[in-house]
Write a protein that binds this ligand. Sequence first.
Ligand code: XIL
Length: 299
Amino acid sequence: ASTLAEGAAQHNRYFGVAIAANRLNDSVYTNIANREFNSVTAENEMKIDATEPQQGRFDFTQADRIYNWARQNGKQVRGHTLAWHSQQPQWMQNLSGQALRQAMINHIQGVMSYYRGKIPIWDVVNEAFEDGNSGRRRDSNLQRTGNDWIEVAFRTARQADPSAKLCYNDYNIENWNAAKTQAVYNMVRDFKSRGVPIDCVGFQSHFNSGNPYNPNFRTTLQQFAALGVDVEVTELDIENAPAQTYASVIRDCLAVDRCTGITVWGVRDSDSWRSYQNPLLFDNNGNKKQAYYAVLDAL
Ligand code: XIL
């Protein structure tokens, strides 16, 4: 294969990238993105603050810039994200209780109906669990509306677009031995046993010294897949981009039938939310890094 998308396609997987609307006029950026990837996640443009800046007034201007660029270039779009404690517009941060619960439901309905039949995969709920050893839900305004907020979000999403695959997405859940991983696993098992509509789990895979890659990631992917959900690597970046670690992540996904694709969280190091870590596959000039060749080789 000569590109990441081609390599992944040989294994029936996609290879995706996070795209920022404000970089779409940079031709070095768009040339790489268009050549190498066949799936696109909006880095920020489909988040709650972007799509519903005022309550009940949806704005898809920035989201559509990403969506249209992706579709015009033949790429699939991953929807990210509908219910999250972070990047909430001020009006939502100010809500609580039943009013917030209803606002969450309205938001999911509003965004998913707008893109009904167009966005095949959605991160419905993002980052709902606490870090560390508690294994508890993260405290947030959404969590304080009642423990059932996550399943309500998924049931709402299923109704809003029955054709979309519905994912739970989180970070630091790659290590099988982590309490947070076990907590998410138990939630997914519970959802599957009670018929809550969940189709996939996204492992963000932001690896760094605080959350180092562990080879048991493959076990994690296998264990979740065995619950009857697809698994995806949704926001991959690795501090300093060690080539061997990148290759290991690719091989872990390819080893698990239900691992349907991999997305890296940005194009060049300079595009990264953690640019100081140089964590991506292309350097600031858009040149392929060692990690790029290791990934292509692993595909
Ligand atoms: C990050 C973006 O990359 C930044 O541009 C933004 O300032 C903050 O959010 N987990 C997620 C992503 O699910 O949406 C986050 O993206 C990174 C962590």
